[in-house]
Write a protein that binds this ligand. Structure first.
Ligand code: C5P
Length: 236
């Protein structure tokens, strides 16, 4: 069960990240390096984490022209991340070229191809924001499902989506398609800025393949105790 938990290392320094990895590594499967840590520590830090035996999900959510995201994907493969992602709204061509570039580079290096996920709609976003601010008029769930289909067609391994959208994504994309869900909030944790949340147990029962958990663990006074509690909740 612990393999399904990915901890978001949303901290500023490599030192803080290493401390969290040391504290939590026996209770979780992987660690996510996102924009905050990456822009503080850079690619060399990611490489050091990987070389020290940490499974890293590099969450940089690429969204650019196909050539740029494809070349960036080659760099990600070189860093040894086991998972990375792009925004699905970048379109089919961008996603397909990125996936192809990652496969080619991994073959050249003789290493495993990292899993490539598409971000559908950020879990912090509400239906009102999506419609009123971003101008997407179709219902949020339809937007998520349609983008998930596009990811599948483009050759991606799966999507990042809220647990609430899992049933419709499964129906549209099948059981082999990975669903990685952030916005995980145990009943005993605060909601923070996440809007479309689920408890770990709910996400698992709905069929999530991986759960991304950040602040409920990393901002806790005793992260290890919280991780144990989380595992118990998942296994119970
Ligand atoms: O602290 P919290 O559990 O909310 O952290 C969730 C993590 O998942 C953050 O690092 C955030 O960047 C990331 N994420 C997200 N929604 C997405 C994709 C990634 O919250 N759609």
């Amino acid at each position: 069960m612990r393999e399904k938990i990915i901890v978001a290392l949303d901290v500023d320094t490599e030192q803080e990240a290493l401390a969290l990895v040391a504290t939590l590594r026996d209770y979780v499967g992987a660690f996510k390096v996102g924009l905050q840590l990456y822009n503080n520590g850079g690619p060399a830090m990611v490489k050091r984490l990987v070389d020290a035996g940490t499974k890293v999900f590099l969450d940089l959510k690429f969204h650019d022209i196909p050539n740029t995201t494809a070349r960036a994907a080659e760099a990600v493969v070189g860093l040894g991340a086991f998972m990375f992602n792009v925004h699905a709204t970048g379109g089919r061509k961008m996603m397909a070229e990125t996936a192809l570039a990652a496969r080619k580079r991994a073959a050249e290096l003789g290493i495993a191809v990292p899993l490539l996920l598409g971000v559908t709609v950020l879990t912090s976003m509400s239906a009102e924001e999506l419609r009123g601010e971003v101008g997407i008029s179709r219902p949020l769930e339809e937007q998520v499902t349609s983008l998930a289909r596009l990811c599948l067609v483009a050759g991606l391994d799966g999507v990042v989506a809220s647990a609430r959208e899992i049933p419709s994504i499964r129906a549209a994309c099948g059981n082999d398609f990975l669903i990685v869900t952030p916005g995980i909030r145990p009943a005993w944790a605060a909601g923070d800025d996440q809007n479309r949340v689920a408890t770990p147990k709910e996400a698992l029962q709905l069929g999530a393949d991986y759960l991304v958990v950040g602040r409920p663990l990393t901002a806790a006074a005793q992260p290890q105790e919280m991780a144990k509690r989380l595992l118990l909740e998942l296994e119970g």
